[in-house]
Ligand binder design. Structure first.
Ligand code: PRP
Ligand code: ZN
Length: 289
């Protein structure tokens, strides 16, 4: 379907799907939420969303069937596709780990020697074992890896662990970390995008960038005694110079600033000590610096 729209490949169902649609929403993109359709078109942006199995996303992007993809770095690296990471997205954090039956122990990496390990991440596991100088037998499975030990076809498994619920449900526990992952925005290394689409691509990229920045920042507002201004401005880790507003009460000022969310609790006591009152912290949806 060539309609000039930008195309982004996303996970149809699974750990990344909901967060991916949340991100598009934060970008101001209005999409019908229907995971049964292969393609949904945004209502207010020239964008088609291709809803795929995550394992297929790198190849679709590599072959420029989709201009962008949102996928776990674990899948991207495993598939070895000709794609590059445009941006790390900060959600879908998880680890590819060795996991073992609950009642067993695995303390040293050398204990993997000669063992059978079931995984759908053959490439990543092979590299890991090679780096550690371990010879083990990799049993490649395309799904339901977590039942391999109870079926007796493997001694251990190597699979994605996020909350750990899947392991627990299958009476397994986590062991060594093979690979750390999160969701990433990817594009093809074979850059053959037409001009019209390039503008759309840059626009979407700017929106994603701004939504991610906004997630990490908050809008701080407070009233301060005029005499504390200099000291208070020094305390605020503002992204830009703070805004100072005069009030009807000549002895007070209002101060507004965009600050990194994580710094708020570090400075709040000092602000109070300097006489700040009515301290408000508000979420921000987008930031263009
Ligand atoms: C992984 C893994 C488990 C689950 C673990 O699948 O295979 O099923 O996540 O998550 P938990 O620790 O929170 O229980 P993933 O979502 O990567 O997708 P997949 O089904 O395509 O492998
Ligand atoms: Zn998958």
């Amino acid at each position: 379907m060539e309609n000039g729209n930008l195309k982004i490949a996303v996970q149809k169902k699974g750990r990344l799907a909901t967060k991916t649609f949340e991100l598009l929403k934060l970008c101001g993109i209005d999409v019908e939420n229907n995971s049964e359709k292969l393609i949904v078109t945004a209502k207010n942006f020239n964008l088609d969303i291709l809803q795929l199995r995550d394992d297929d996303i790198p190849e679709y992007v590599q072959d420029s069937v989709a201009d962008f993809g949102i996928v776990g770095e674990n899948v991207l690296q495993e598939k070895q596709a000709e794609c590059r990471i445009v941006q790390q997205l900060g959600f879908g954090k998880c680890q590819l780990r060795i996991a073992i039956p609950e009642n067993e122990s695995l303390n040293r990496i050398e204990e993997l020697e000669g063992k059978r390990i079931a995984t759908s991440y053959k490439y990543l596991l092979k590299n890991y074992l090679k780096n550690k100088n371990i010879n083990a037998k990799i049993i490649e499975l395309s799904g339901s890896v977590e039942i391999a030990t109870s079926l007796g076809i493997a001694d251990f498994i190597c699979d994605i662990v996020s909350t750990g619920t899947t392991l627990k449900m299958n009476k397994l526990k986590k062991s060594f970390v093979v690979f750390n992952s999160q969701a990433v925005l990817i594009e093809s290394k074979n850059n053959d995008i037409q001009n019209g689409k390039l503008k759309l691509k840059q626009n979407l990229q700017m929106r994603i960038d701004s939504a991610l920045k906004a997630k990490k920042s908050n809008y701080l507002m407070m009233n301060i005694p005029a005499g504390s201004l200099e000291r208070i401005v020094k305390l605020i880790p503002s992204l830009k110079s703070p805004t100072i507003l005069s009030l009807a009460d000549k002895n007070s000022l209002a101060v507004h600033a965009v600050i990194p969310t994580e710094t708020f609790w570090d400075i709040v006591d000092d602000l109070k000590n300097e006489g700040a009152t009515g301290i408000l912290l508000q979420p921000i949806t987008n930031i263009i610096l």
